[in-house]
Design a protein around this ligand. Structure first.
Ligand SMILES: *Cc1c(COP(=O)(O)O)cnc(C)c1O
Length: 432
């Protein structure tokens, strides 16, 4: 959990960070420690571990050696000082907020988020006494206006799912700094290969590792990464970290652990009591996926550019919402903060409405009709009737999701095959 200036570059770190040959067996790949508990050396050793005077594995709800390798690797790739992996992206969102929030507190959240996140933030977190104030994250005045004395964070996606909108992270980070609250960025759709939000002022990053990070559509998982730069004691806004914590015999986390306080709180209190643990098998699959992250992201981006350019010219397509196109209103900010491309997730609006969407989704052969994204395989879905179904009409409009919109997650197949597949599916509509 140390911030180091790494001598290695991204392609090397995605394979090596956090792992070394197993000291006992020499095994070169990270072993799956399918294990729940760890033998204490003595009573004193056990005491030191429970007092957080010594760091080590106690019980796999809190930490596990296989999961630890993944945590270190993701922290390194994002340029953070530490990470916690957990059972899902949704778990990572709750985990990110838990040390910051108390009943009556609120967050400012972008109205363009993954549908499941809008749902979690609109309804479920209310049961904890938390609230989300949704705003258009491109409207900087609205962000400031939405803040009050109980606002504890700003939450947005670097590239938003499903619209492929890009967030002006430097601007939003500046606002968060002025408000003395952390900026939490969901970096799922971009991955640290395309952007490291910490470089643009974000304080915390979360991931659904279910998507590009694991890449193969095998394992649900999440990660929370801390930049280590936020001062939790600057004001009295974050008592769980700056004041004596009743849940841990009155320990003052920030006083005791400094920049590591947020991550240690996340393990010692949040994971202990919420139990949203990542399984070692899932950590292993995610580590395998991460080894090829940069190679996959390059091909994802190249394919997305080719497919979106072709779609833009198609007579049945009203609009392609892809920030990687020069026609996008995000073209300028993409150039500035996404030099490696704007990802491979975007939406298309069809001129002939919902019927045409149904026909397209039903007629594709290579694209899979699933509720996932960031797979090596190309995926297609009609958000308004599926992943965004629980959203109100107003929420759908704010998320830029009309009934005639289809989401594409472009995979790493041959781009000509992907274009041909979309062509034959769209041609069926022309012929009818
Ligand atoms: C999928 C997704 C999530 C939720 O992650 P799960 O692993 O499915 O719980 C959160 N944010 C974004 C951007 C996602 O795409």
């Amino acid at each position: 959990m140390q911030k180091r200036k790494n001598k290695y570059k991204f392609d090397t770190l995605q394979i090596h960070a956090g792992s070394r040959p197993d000291p006992f067996t020499g095994a070169r790949q990270v072993p799956i420690y399918q294990n729940t508990a760890y033998v204490f050396k003595s009573i004193l050793h056990a005491e030191a571990l429970f007092n957080l005077q010594e760091l080590g594995h106690i019980y796999s709800r809190l930490s596990n050696p296989t999961v630890s390798v993944l945590q270190e690797r993701i922290a390194t790739l994002e340029g953070g000082i530490g990470a916690i992996c957990c059972s899902s992206g949704h778990a990572a969102q709750i985990l990110s907020l838990f040390p910051l929030m108390h009943p009556g507190d609120n967050i400012i959240a972008s109205s363009r988020l993954y549908g499941g996140t809008i749902q979690q933030f609109s309804n479920t977190i209310k049961k904890f006494g938390w609230k989300a104030n949704f705003i258009d994250i491109d409207d900087f005045k609205a962000i400031n206006k939405a803040a009050d004395s109980n606002t504890k964070a700003i939450f947005c996606e670097s590239i938003s799912n499903p619209g492929g909108h890009v967030t002006n992270l430097p601007k939003v980070a500046k606002i968060a700094k002025k408000l003395s609250i952390p900026l939490i960025v969901d970096n799922t759709a971009a991955t640290p290969y395309l952007i490291k939000p910490f470089e643009f002022g974000a304080d915390l990053v979360i991931h659904s590792t279910t998507k590009y990070m694991s890449g193969n559509g095998t394992s649900i998982g999440g990660a929370l990464v801390d930049s280590g730069t936020f001062n939790w004691s600057k004001n009295k806004k974050f008592p769980s970290l700056s004041e004596p914590e009743a849940g841990y015999h009155g320990l003052r986390f920030h006083d005791t652990f400094g920049p590591y306080s947020y991550i240690i709180y996340g393990i010692a209190v949040s994971m202990r009591d919420l139990g949203m643990t990542m399984a070692p098998q899932n950590a292993f699959h995610t580590l395998l996926g991460l080894e090829t992250l940069s190679l996959r992201m390059k091909q994802h981006v190249n394919n997305a550019i080719k497919v979106s350019k072709w779609l833009e010219k198609h007579p049945l397509i009203e609009k392609v919402s892809y920030a990687g196109l020069s026609s996008s209103r995000y073209a300028k900010i993409v150039k500035k903060i996404f030099p490696r491309g704007a990802g491979a997730l975007f939406t298309i609006a069809l001129k002939d409405g919902y019927e045409a969407c149904k026909q397209l989704v039903n007629n594709v052969e290579l694209f899979s009709h699933v509720a996932n994204l960031g797979d090596t395989r190309s995926l297609i879905i009609h958000p308004a009737s599926t992943i965004h179904r629980q959203l109100t009409k107003k929420q759908l409009i704010k998320a830029d999701l009309a009934l005639n919109v289809v989401r594409l997650s472009i995979g790493i197949e041959d781009p000509a095959d992907l274009i041909n597949d979309l062509k034959q599916a769209l041609d069926k509509r022309i012929q009818n």
